[in-house]
Design a binder for this molecule. Structure first.
Ligand code: GLY
Length: 393
């Protein structure tokens, strides 16, 4: 048996230092819990690649109403979360921008789909305004002349995932979170309870509660008993970063999105002149190679939406892995293994769901009570036979 050093014991050990792990650690520390994070490169993960669109309304899919509630709750918290984080990090800006989103249609089939989405919004009481092609171009003059119609959603905004990660890391450090720059290679379980982790440095860390926030690597941690966590599949997204020279500004004033040939494409214009174009959706395992085909498809589809963008300097290409659970909804809260808590599987919504995930998880870690909003997302929905064990009480 591995001997756990009680000197290294914390109340909460978070495995994974991406957006979700750092935000949970920060909020847990604010609740007075002694908290540690373990990650070989804290401040990394898919959040560094993501465009950072906060779009619970324009990304809504049929049958995802509980996820919509969670996304709306997070969106509503974002402004305060970003302001508090800027203060806690000693002034790091997060790039949070209340800009709204325009979703447009390029042909009559797309327009029909958008009309259905608009009707769905209205049934759910969500704010979205139908636009003719001319109205859409009046809002965003760089849109292609062929745009056939669209939706304006004034409350779908954006944040800069990279700045957010920097701010979270600083806020964690300023709040006393111990950040271990190492890899957790094994979950330690004693007497049927998660009690800590062994690191690749051979160090062991003991904790009263372990939070698994390792994105698409979460279920691969050695020592995790079978059936406690479903496989979290990696879904690759390739993303481009362009620069809008001063002379071309404002190039776009809002996020712009569309579905082109069945693929989601979105353009996120940052205040600092960066224009982020995302994203491919590819299920090819743990591969983050940027491919010529991926870049071609993004540029081709983005060019159909906003032809003028091919004039802009291309700054960067990158690829990240979204963590997809079996039902594409996140896993939040206690698992069937006592002492082990999940905060993973956020799929397309990791950036959006960061504030609400951190608040819900911190509440659970501090009180043992999982707030109502998180209950549709407990990890035990994938292990029903174990869902009534004492572990969940
Ligand atoms: N939320 C955008 C994406 O996953 O591509």
């Amino acid at each position: 048996m591995t001997r756990l050093s009680s000197a290294a014991r914390t109340d909460v050990l978070v495995i994974g230092g991406g957006l979700i792990g750092l935000a949970v650690a920060w909020r847990a520390a604010q609740r007075g819990l002694r908290t540690a994070v373990v990650d070989p490169s804290p401040g990394g993960g898919a959040g560094r690649v993501a465009a950072g669109m906060l779009a619970p309304v324009t990304e809504l899919q049929y049958g995802e109403e509980p996820l919509l509630r969670l996304g709306m709750a997070s969106n509503e918290r974002y402004a305060d979360f970003a302001a508090e984080l800027t203060e806690a990090s000693g002034g790091q800006d997060t790039g949070y921008r209340r800009c709204g989103t325009v979703a447009v249609a390029l042909d009559s089939d797309d327009r029909e789909e958008l009309r259905e989405l608009h009707a769905f919004h209205r049934r759910l009481g969500l704010e979205s305004t139908w636009l003719t092609g001319r109205e859409a171009r009046k809002l965003e003059p760089m849109l292609a002349p062929g745009v056939r119609g669209g939706l304006h959603v004034a409350d779908d905004h954006q944040v800069d995932g990279r700045r957010l990660l920097t701010a979270l890391l600083r806020a964690c450090e300023n709040s006393g979170v111990l950040v271990h720059r190492a890899e957790a290679v094994e979950l330690l379980v004693e007497g049927g309870r998660a009690v800590g982790a062994r690191l690749d440095t051979r160090e062991t860390l003991a904790a009263t509660q372990v939070v698994l926030a390792a994105g698409p690597h979460s279920h691969r941690l050695a020592g995790l008993p079978e059936g406690v966590l479903p496989a979290i599949r990696p879904v690759k997204g390739q993303v481009l970063r362009l620069r809008v020279p001063d002379a071309y500004r404002p190039f776009l004033s809002r996020n712009v999105r569309a579905v082109v040939r069945g693929q989601h494409i979105y353009l996120v214009p940052r205040e600092n002149g960066e224009l982020v174009i995302g994203a491919t959706t590819e299920e090819q395992g743990y591969d983050t190679t940027v491919t010529a085909g991926g870049v071609y498809e993004l540029l081709r589809d983005a060019h159909e939406l906003v032809p003028g963008l091919t004039e802009l300097p291309l700054l960067e290409t990158s690829a990240g892995l979204r963590p997809g659970s079996p039902d594409n909804a996140p896993l939040l809260g206690p698992t069937a293994l006592p002492g082990l808590v999940a905060a993973t599987g956020h799929y397309r919504n990791g950036v959006l769901l960061t504030p609400v995930t951190a608040d819900l998880l911190a509440e659970f870690l501090a009180t043992g009570e999982l707030p109502e909003l998180a209950r549709p997302f407990t990890p035990t929905r994938f292990s029903p036979a174990r869902s009534t064990t004492k572990a969940l009480a």
